[in-house]
Design a protein around this ligand. Structure first.
Ligand code: GRF
Length: 227
C-alpha cells in the first residue's frame, strides 16, 4: 500500500506538526508522510521545522483558495491536518476533502469552541468559568467553526493556581498525544470508526485526579436520581 500523503497547515510554532513528524519517524504512525506544510504566515516557526525534515513548504494567504487547491493537487494530498492553523478553510476545499480534514482545538469541544475561541482566549475563558478540567479535541472539519464530528478528546486537570499560560502549556502536551492518535487513524482509514465512538485520552500522570472527579460525578448522578 502506498503512503498516505498529508498536508499540514500551520500558522505558528508548529509543535503539533513536530509531534506528527516525530511519530512518523519513530514508527508510531505507519504508512503516512507529511508531503507538504502550508502556512498562512511567512514567519511561522513551523516552516523551519518542516525544512529540517526536507518537507516542501509554502506560504499561502488565507484568501488564496486557488493556490491552496493547486498545491494540494500537485502534491497528491490524501488528507489535511489543521495544526494551529488560525484561519477558516473555504467551503470549496472542505467539500473536496470532505471527511479527510482534521483540526486540533485546545478545549473540550463542544465547550469553549466556535467564533472567538482561539489561542490564549480559550484558556482564559476556561479559567473564568471555573470548570475543573480542560483539554483538547481533534475533530473533522465541516463548514461550521469547531462543529465537525469529534474523533478524540484529551483531558487535563485545571489546577488551583493556574494562569491561562500554565493551562495552555498543559493542554498543548495533550494536543500532541491526541493529534498523533487521530493522524494514525486517518492513515489507517479509521476516521469513521473513531467518530462513531470518540476516544477519551488521559495521560497516566493525570489519571488519578480525573478518575476521582468522574467517581464524584457518578455519585452526584445517583444522588440526584434518588431525590
Ligand atoms: C495549539 O494550541 C492549537 O490547538 C491552536 O494553536 C496552537 C498551535 O500550536 N489552535 P503549535 O503551532 O502546534 O505549536
Amino acid at each position: 500500500m502506498s503512503s498516505y500523503k498529508l498536508a499540514v497547515l500551520i500558522s505558528g510554532s508548529g509543535s503539533n506538526l513536530q509531534a506528527v513528524l516525530d511519530a512518523i519517524n519513530d514508527g508510531r504512525i505507519n504508512k503516512a508522510e507529511v508531503a507538504l506544510v502550508v502556512s498562512n504566515r511567512a514567519g511561522a516557526y513551523g516552516l523551519e521545522r518542516a525544512k529540517k525534515h526536507d518537507i516542501p513548504t509554502m506560504v499561502i494567504d488565507k484568501s488564496n483558495t486557488s493556490e491552496l487547491l493547486s498545491a494540494l493537487n500537485a502534491y497528491e494530498i490524501d488528507g489535511i491536518v489543521l495544526a494551529g492553523y488560525l484561519s477558516i478553510l473555504p467551503p470549496e476545499i472542505i467539500n473536496i476533502y470532505s471527511g479527510k480534514i482534521i483540526n486540533i482545538h485546545p478545549a473540550l469541544l463542544p465547550m469553549f469552541g466556535g467564533k472567538g475561541f482561539y489561542g490564549i482566549r480559550v484558556h482564559q475563558a476556561v479559567l473564568a468559568s471555573g470548570v475543573p478540567f480542560s483539554g483538547a479535541t481533534v475533530h473533522l472539519v465541516d463548514c461550521g467553526i469547531d462543529t465537525g464530528a469529534v474523533l478524540v478528546r484529551g483531558v487535563v486537570p485545571v489546577l488551583p493556581d493556574d494562569t491561562a499560560e500554565d493551562l495552555q502549556k498543559r493542554v498543548l502536551m495533550v494536543e500532541h498525544d491526541i493529534l498523533v492518535m487521530a493522524v494514525k487513524a486517518m492513515a489507517q482509514s479509521r476516521i469513521e470508526e473513531m467518530t462513531a465512538r470518540p476516544a477519551i485520552f488521559v495521560d497516566e500522570k493525570d489519571k488519578a485526579g480525573v478518575l476521582e472527579f468522574a467517581k464524584g460525578l457518578k455519585e452526584l448522578g445517583e444522588a440526584l436520581k434518588g431525590s
